[in-house]
Ligand binder design. Sequence first.
Ligand SMILES: CC(C)(COP(=O)(O)OP(=O)(O)OC[C@H]1O[C@@H](n2cnc3c(N)ncnc32)[C@H](O)[C@@H]1OP(=O)(O)O)[C@@H](O)C(=O)NCCC(=O)NCCS
Length: 169
Amino acid sequence: MILDRTTFAPGTSTDLPAIRSVHKRAFGRNVEPDLVQKLIEAEETTLDLYASIDGTIVGHCVLSELKGPPKSMALAPLAVDPVWRDFQIGTELVRQLLARARSAGWKSVFVLGDPVYYGRFGFKSELADCVDCAFQGSSFQALELVKDALSNYPGNLQYPAAFERTGAG
Ligand SMILES: CC(C)(COP(=O)(O)OP(=O)(O)OC[C@H]1O[C@@H](n2cnc3c(N)ncnc32)[C@H](O)[C@@H]1OP(=O)(O)O)[C@@H](O)C(=O)NCCC(=O)NCCS
């Protein structure tokens, strides 16, 4: 099974070229590679995880600190090399990254993406409705890592500046 051959680890500065490259292969443009680099280099806290097979990075995902609900993060971007799709690598990347965030004390995560894909992790659009955010809409979803983390949070939510003008929430 492909997942048995896949290892998962946080990226380091020496991994950055390979991480940029997997986002370029996945999205076919430079917006996401540039976004990842800006997020990693920005002052906001980030957590990231890559997937590698036989020493090659084939997937990568980033969580970055948001301004708004206490201890909340944005999940983006998520990329899996087109050659290695549909082997559950994306699902496992997100699952493990969310577990790391929960262990590190983060309380909620927001994502802009396909509700069918992100529904598998428990993301819900209704949970994100409480915040005032530039990405608000049916594809904008949230997940509570801690029960009721988002209850009673009718307020503003701001993505890191790196997302400005990318449209890549
Ligand atoms: C989305 C993506 C990360 C999935 O990676 P993956 O390793 O192939 O995903 P998994 O094997 O874990 O899951 C496959 C499932 O994702 C679904 N899927 C694939 N691409 C998708 C997409 N762009 N949107 C929604 N669902 C998608 C497949 O239909 C499949 O569904 P199933 O499990 O019900 O059969 C990968 O297709 C990718 O990098 N796409 C381009 C970049 C992108 O769109 N990133 C997400 C931005 S929100």
